[in-house]
Design a protein around this ligand. Structure first.
Ligand SMILES: [Zn+2]
Length: 414
C-alpha cells in the first residue's frame, strides 16, 4: 500500500485518478504503475467541456514516465470515453499526457530539455528511447510551438542564405533581428524562396516593416521590393555580407600572388590564408607576429595582398562613422583608393558596392546588421554538424525551428 501512495505522489496523480497497483521488476529495472479512477466522476468532453456520461473505457494504454531511481517507469491506464451530445464519443483529457503521446507530459518535457542540449543519438542514449521516439517528440514540439505562435511580421528582419550541402544547395532563412529567432525557412535562395513569407501578411502589416538586412543578392532584393512598400528606403546591405565579399577579394588576391611569388621561390605568403581574414583588433595571437611582419612599413608596396588587406580594413571603418555625412565622405575616399588599386578582385567589390550604395549607406538610418542572424547561423551550423542523422531536408528545417524558432515547445499540463 505504501508504494501506491508513494507513486501517487511521485506521479502527481490527483482525484479522480488514483494509483491502484505498483509492480517492481528488478531484473528488468522497471516499475509499472497502474492508475484508475473513482466511480461516478463528472467527466467532461475534451472538445467543449460539457458534462458527459461515460460511454466505455478504451483499451489499456502505457505511458513512459520519468525514471524512478534509474528504473524505467511505465504508467498504465484505461482512459474513459464519454458520450458528448455535440461531439459524440471522445476520450477524456488525461492529466498526465497529451492526446496520443506515448510519454507522460513530464517525461516529454525532459526529452525536449535533453534534445535542446545534445543531438538525437545522445538524447536516445541518455533517455533510453528510440531515434523515432525522440524525433517524434521533437517534431510534435515544433508543431505545437508553431500553432501557439502569434502571427506577427517583425519590424526588423534579416534575410540570409545557408549552404546546406555541397554543390550550391541552399536554404533561405528569415530572422527576426529583435528576438534573434528564425521565422521562415525555405528551399533555395530564389525570389520564390522569400516572397511567400511576406505573402502571409496583409499589405498594412508589410508596410510596417522598418528595415530588412540582406546580402547584395538580386533575387532577395526583388522579393523585398515586390512585397514591402517603400522597400528602397528599408533595404540595408549589411556589414557582415559586405565584409564577407571583401574578405573573399583579399583571399583571391592572396591566392594569385602566392602562385606568382612561389614560382620565383618566394614563400612569404605560404600558410597565410587565415592571417588576413580577421579584423585588425581580433587577430588571434598565433597570427599576430606574422601579420605584423607582412604589414610592416615598406612591405605594403611590395605585396598586393597587404594592399588588399589595408583596403579591407579601411572599408570596415565605414561602419564606425557616426553619421551618414561622415560615412559618405569616408566612402568617397575609400572608393577612390579601391578602384585605383589595380587589384581586380578588390575593384570588383568596390564596383558592386557602388552599384548598391543607397542600401549600403541605409545602415546609417536603420543601424541594423545581420549580426544576430550570423549568430543564429552559427547555431544552425552546429545543428548541422551534430550529425543529427537528418534523413531528409524537412527534418533539418524542423530542427532549425526547434533550436532557433523561439517557440513554446512544451506540452501543456492540465
Ligand atoms: Zn463536446
Amino acid at each position: 500500500m505504501r508504494d501506491i501512495e508513494l507513486y501517487r505522489h511521485l506521479l502527481g496523480i490527483e482525484s479522480p485518478w488514483t494509483v491502484t497497483q505498483v509492480e517492481l521488476n528488478v531484473a528488468d529495472q522497471r516499475v509499472d504503475v497502474w492508475a484508475g479512477h473513482e466511480e461516478r466522476v463528472p467527466w467532461t468532453c475534451p472538445e467543449c467541456g460539457a458534462n458527459a456520461p461515460v460511454y466505455d473505457h478504451a483499451d489499456e494504454r502505457v505511458w513512459r514516465h520519468l525514471d524512478s531511481c534509474q528504473f524505467r517507469t511505465l504508467l498504465h491506464a484505461r482512459p474513459p470515453r464519454v458520450q458528448c451530445p455535440t461531439h459524440g464519443v471522445r476520450q477524456v483529457r488525461l492529466p498526465w499526457a497529451e492526446g496520443r503521446s506515448r510519454f507522460t507530459t513530464l517525461f516529454e518535457r525532459l526529452i525536449i530539455d535533453v534534445l535542446r542540449e545534445c543531438d538525437i543519438a545522445g538524447a536516445c542514449a541518455i533517455l533510453r528511447i528510440s531515434w523515432d521516439e525522440a524525433w517524434h517528440v521533437l517534431e510534435r514540439a515544433v508543431r505545437r510551438g508553431q500553432q501557439r505562435k502569434t502571427r506577427r511580421l517583425p519590424a526588423r528582419l534579416g534575410v540570409d542564405e545557408k549552404a546546406v550541402a555541397k554543390g550550391h544547395v541552399y536554404l533561405t532563412l528569415v530572422c527576426d533581428l529583435e528576438t534573434a529567432t528564425i521565422e521562415h525557412v525555405a528551399e533555395d535562395r530564389k525570389r520564390a524562396s522569400l516572397e511567400p513569407y511576406f505573402e502571409r501578411f496583409t499589405a498594412a502589416e508589410r508596410a510596417a516593416v522598418q528595415a530588412v538586412a540582406l546580402d547584395m543578392w538580386a533575387p532577395y532584393e526583388d522579393a523585398v521590393r515586390a512585397s514591402v512598400p517603400n522597400a528602397d528606403d528599408k533595404i540595408v546591405f549589411d556589414l557582415f555580407h559586405i565584409m564577407q565579399h571583401m574578405n573573399e577579394a583579399v583571399d583571391r588576391t592572396r591566392r594569385t600572388e602566392h602562385r606568382e611569388l612561389k614560382a620565383g621561390g618566394d614563400d612569404r605568403l605560404t600558410g597565410t590564408k587565415y592571417v588576413w581574414s580577421y579584423g585588425e583588433e581580433n587577430v588571434p595571437d598565433m597570427h599576430r607576429d606574422r601579420l605584423a611582419r607582412l604589414t610592416a612599413r615598406g612591405m605594403m608596396r611590395k605585396l598586393k595582398t597587404t594592399r588588399a588587406w589595408s583596403i579591407k580594413e579601411s572599408l570596415r571603418d565605414l561602419w564606425k562613422c557616426r553619421s551618414r555625412v561622415q560615412a559618405e565622405r569616408h566612402w568617397q575616399w575609400w572608393y577612390g583608393w579601391a578602384i585605383r588599386s589595380r587589384l581586380s578582385s578588390v575593384k570588383k567589390v568596390a564596383a558592386m558596392l557602388k552599384a548598391h550604395l543607397p542600401g549600403v549607406l541605409a545602415y546609417f538610418r536603420h543601424r541594423v546588421t545581420n549580426a544576430v542572424s550570423e549568430a543564429v547561423n552559427a547555431k544552425i551550423q552546429r545543428i548541422k554538424k551534430m550529425a543529427y542523422g537528418f534523413r531528409n531536408r524537412e527534418h533539418f528545417k524542423t530542427a532549425i525551428f526547434f533550436h532557433c524558432g523561439g517557440l513554446d515547445l512544451y506540452p501543456a499540463t492540465y
